[in-house]
Design a protein around this ligand. Structure first.
Ligand code: EPZ
Length: 419
């Protein structure tokens, strides 16, 4: 099994180019199912999750042709409407083929995504909303079957809870439904805005983009398009923390500050300089020891759950005590025991983690438990005394494009070893 070794103590300085966002690329790939013409996505990240989604689409009869960071999808001749168990188990985002398949083919059969390290992660919000659009839902043998032989009908839908995936599935389904669909209490993450812009380029009629109320006027068919994937705000936020923790100076090329307002607010309150300059973000830190700052994860535009572990790593060596509340997932503190092995002082009380800043961390062998926890271990390793060995790094490869290459290029003592 591969692992990553990090030698702590180096200051990071230089430029990192931010890749296309994983959480935009995956729904955009599913959108290819909505048309019999070609969809070309540019600025695609090189991630294992993109490979998994490509394999899932190929299994449905989609041709997938990659040329560097450009991928062209052709769903002109679909041969299946079933997302197999082995792929859905690897990647929950496979459920995003549900809406497009039902809208285009009138049926879909998707293995129910199991829970994962960060929580149960059901799909009830997706299914209840599709039912309101006239779909018949049945669950058996671990699969959910969704039927709409005469197509979906627009509906006035209010999500009882904000859900990124459910918003994306319904946005895609509504694009080809008969009549108007309104999605109330829709998620507003930038990746949803990116998907909506791509759907508009394909001929979809969508208004309210970027708000919690999306209105979609269904059209009979959608055309192909070419669309650039939006930059990954979570990757950018991760490297911003790396600059802050190492008293560094990083230019994050292509990063969008308007997609990171809550995390940037915390960094600035901690005394970190965050400067927007021509489509990039510069993060510079001259503060020897950052002050502890409380934060709570909530749907966009509030602080994103996908940066919780990374900011916790930063708080482990801050001066004072930070209270971190995780309101999105019920079990997203799996990185706490691993950070504790490195000398962090953290206690958990239900959905809150109390992080008492310590003078320093000590490198240790640690395990990654989910995508964002794994990168938090790398961040902790950047400042720990000695060497940190991060195992289970397949989590990292799912969502970070060449993380050790990007970090070593700006001065980190980091390398990957195959065991
Ligand atoms: C997306 O997951 C992201 N994944 C996650 O990123 C991210 O953490 C999450 O949104 C929240 O921002 C992708 O975009 C591929 P949700 P998703 O539906 O859509 C509950 C990463 O590290 N819920 O917004 O699965 C759910 O259990 C990953 O890149 C229901 O109860 O998240 C959770 O508690 C991790 N019923 C909450 O809502 C449902 O039908 C938010 O989930 C759906 C969700």
């Amino acid at each position: 099994m591969a692992k990553i070794l990090v030698q702590g103590g180096n200051r990071l300085a230089g430029k990192i180019t931010i890749s296309g966002a994983k959480n935009a690329a995956l729904p955009l790939m599913a959108a290819a199912l909505l048309t019999d013409q070609k969809l070309t996505l540019t600025n695609m990240p090189g991630l294992d999750d993109v490979l998994t989604m490509s394999n899932l689409l190929r299994g449905l009869g989609v041709s997938v042709d990659r040329d560097g960071s450009q991928i062209t999808f052709d769903a002109g001749n679909l041969t299946s409407t079933e997302a197999p168990d082995e792929l859905v188990r690897i990647m929950r985002a496979s459920v995003l083929v549900l809406g497009p398949l039902v809208a285009r083919e009138g049926k879909a059969r998707v293995s129910l995504p199991g829970g994962c390290a960060i929580g149960a992660r059901p799909v009830d919000l997706h299914l209840n909303a599709l039912e309101q659009m006239g779909a018949e839902i049945s669950v058996r043998d671990g699969f959910v079957e969704v039927l709409a032989p005469s197509g979906l009908t627009g509906a006035f839908i209010t999500f009882p809870k904000v859900s990124v995936g459910a918003t994306e599935n319904l946005l895609m389904a509504a694009a080809l439904a008969k009549g108007e669909t309104v999605l109330n209490n829709a998620a507003q993450e930038p990746e949803i805005t990116d998907l909506a812009h791509c759907l508009q380029a394909m001929g979809a009629k969508i208004s309210g983009i970027g708000t919690s109320r999306l209105t979609i006027e269904g059209v009979p068919t959608l055309s192909g398009a070419s669309h650039p994937v939006v930059a990954d705000r979570i990757e950018a936020g991760t490297f911003a923390v790396a600059a802050a923790m190492t008293q560094g100076d990083l230019l994050l090329e292509n990063a969008r500050a308007d997609h990171l307002t809550a995390p940037i607010d915390i960094l600035r309150r901690a005394g970190v300089e965050v400067i927007e300059q021509d489509g990039s973000i510069r993060v510079k830190c001259d503060v020897d020891r950052l002050p502890a700052i409380d934060f709570t994860t909530e749907p966009f535009p509030a602080f994103p759950t996908d940066l919780q572990a990374q900011f916790m790593a930063m708080m482990t060596v801050a001066s004072g005590t930070a209270v971190i509340r995780e309101t999105i997932f019920e079990n997203r503190f799996m990185h706490v025991p691993e950070l504790t092995r490195m000398g962090a002082s953290i206690s958990i009380n239900d959905r809150s983690a109390i992080v008492r800043g310590v003078d320093g961390l000590t490198g240790a062998p640690v395990m990654a438990t989910d995508l964002r926890a794994s990168v938090a271990m790398v961040l902790a390793g950047l400042v720990a005394e000695g060497q940190t060995e991060v195992g289970n790094i397949y989590h990292l490869d799912r969502g970070y494009d060449q993380v050790e290459a990007k970090l070593s290029a700006v001065g980190a003592a980091i390398r990957r070893v195959e065991e």
